[in-house]
Design a protein around this ligand. Sequence first.
Ligand code: HEC
Ligand code: HEC
Ligand code: HEC
Ligand code: HEC
Ligand code: HEC
Ligand code: HEC
Ligand code: HEC
Ligand code: HEC
Length: 248
Amino acid sequence: MSVRKIPQQLVPLALIFAVALAALFIARKLLVPATFGDIGYYRAAAVGEIASQPIAYAGSRACLDCHDDVDQIKRQSKHRSVSCEVCHGDAAKHVEAPDQVKPIKPIGRGYCPLCHGYDPARPTGFPQINPDVHNPGRACMSCHNAHNPMLPHAPEECAACHRQIASQKTVSRHATLTCTTCHETPEGHRSTPNLIPAEKPKTKELCGRCHAQGADSPPEIPRVDLETHGGRYVCWDCHYPHFPEAAR
Ligand code: HEC
Ligand code: HEC
Ligand code: HEC
Ligand code: HEC
Ligand code: HEC
Ligand code: HEC
Ligand code: HEC
Ligand code: HEC
């Protein structure tokens, strides 16, 4: 009886298989970390290694010893849920040596919009702004307090928004007149000026209140004949009301 010969193409195949098998064993020995498998599909040594890394964050409680004043304020504020180190960065080194290591202070305009910049994914009602148009050019902190971010009131003084007119009036003969002497200004104009406009005078009788011949006003105020002076024009066609001058 003759044994059937092994097909000769199997010999190189078997060889390749043997080499691959050997390579796998060598790779396992060389590449798989020593403690892999000790506690399941993990590298057991990783736990100790991570635990031995220096701790960078101290946690909010660590700040209380020395900055209780800040915490007292923040605790009552809308930022109560935002931890100190979210804004000030890892501060463990600072806790150890407060005088040598200072935490960062995010005082520019770049940081706050990470939470407050418009993003449709944020919850409805979350306070959001577009940093490109929301009071550009000034640090957020010049109007908002990071530890107590209340919404500041819009400026109420007329001069806060109409600076140039107010400055001109200050050095004019009308310096003592308040803006509202001549402008009826609804309360809402001070906070939403584009929706609620202020009134502009319409007739020369306004000026006549002080400048007409028989007007009930202090005698040192110069008088004109309201009927004839200026003809058919309104007074402010010739006199700028915020800096009135009489050409002499
Ligand atoms: C052991 C006391 C101590 C602890 C704990 C401590 N700080 Fe301070 N911190 C200081 C001192 C002291 C200063 C310096 C005050 C100064 O310069 O007027 C300071 C200053 C700061 C400043 C201002 C830095 C600057 O450049 O003006 C920040 C921000 C700050 N700490 C944040 C933190 C945070 C966040 C924590 C908690 C993780 C913390 N601190 C924990 C003592 C401490
Ligand atoms: C929303 C971000 C934010 C959070 C949260 C925050 N801070 Fe601040 N903190 C700032 C900014 C911004 C400044 C700088 C203010 C400035 O210069 O006008 C600052 C300033 C400070 C200062 C310097 C002194 C001062 O009042 O200006 C200390 C100290 C401080 N923070 C501690 C803390 C501690 C402690 C906590 C947690 C209880 C905390 N901060 C939480 C943003 C934050
Ligand atoms: C980690 C996210 C986070 C960061 C960073 C952050 N805030 Fe806030 N901010 C909040 C949360 C949360 C609220 C409360 C939202 C609410 O009431 O629904 C809030 C509320 C506010 C409000 C609205 C207060 C009100 O009365 O409606 C202002 C203004 C504000 N933050 C300003 C700032 C400024 C300025 C900075 C930068 C120093 C800053 N925030 C950084 C999370 C953040
Ligand atoms: C010139 C002052 C000023 C500056 C600078 C400023 N804000 Fe404001 N911010 C205001 C005023 C005033 C309001 C209230 C507006 C209102 O009532 O409609 C406000 C409102 C907000 C609100 C609430 C928006 C809402 O609809 O609830 C957030 C959040 C805010 N600001 C964040 C910021 C951030 C972040 C920066 C810096 C990038 C910044 N602000 C810079 C004056 C300022
Ligand atoms: C918060 C900013 C702000 C404050 C505060 C403010 N104004 Fe204005 N005012 C504006 C803006 C913006 C306009 C331009 C509105 C427009 O173009 O429709 C305006 C327009 C006017 C106009 C011109 C109306 C027109 O028909 O052309 C008058 C008059 C005026 N303001 C008077 C006042 C007086 C008086 C006060 C104080 C009692 C005042 N404003 C306070 C922002 C303000
Ligand atoms: C003596 C009365 C008088 C006083 C006081 C006065 N205004 Fe006027 N103002 C006018 C008249 C009249 C006009 C209309 C001018 C026109 O239509 O050409 C005007 C126009 C304006 C306008 C429209 C833009 C412009 O320059 O024409 C603004 C804004 C304005 N006033 C703001 C103010 C503010 C803010 C103050 C206070 C700082 C003030 N006014 C004080 C009489 C006055
Ligand atoms: C509430 C009173 C009052 C009203 C209203 C008023 N003025 Fe006057 N006006 C004065 C006073 C006060 C002076 C300064 C008198 C002085 O210098 O002793 C003055 C001075 C003037 C002068 C003289 C300036 C100079 O160089 O001599 C002119 C012109 C003038 N006003 C125009 C106007 C016009 C135009 C209006 C209407 C838009 C107006 N005034 C509304 C009180 C008023
Ligand atoms: C056509 C331009 C014109 C008009 C319109 C006009 N004025 Fe005059 N106003 C003048 C000139 C020019 C002078 C200086 C010469 C003079 O005294 O007649 C003057 C002078 C004045 C003086 C100073 C008088 C003095 O004795 O010092 C007052 C006050 C005055 N005008 C108020 C008004 C009032 C109020 C109105 C609206 C009823 C008005 N003007 C309309 C051109 C005008």
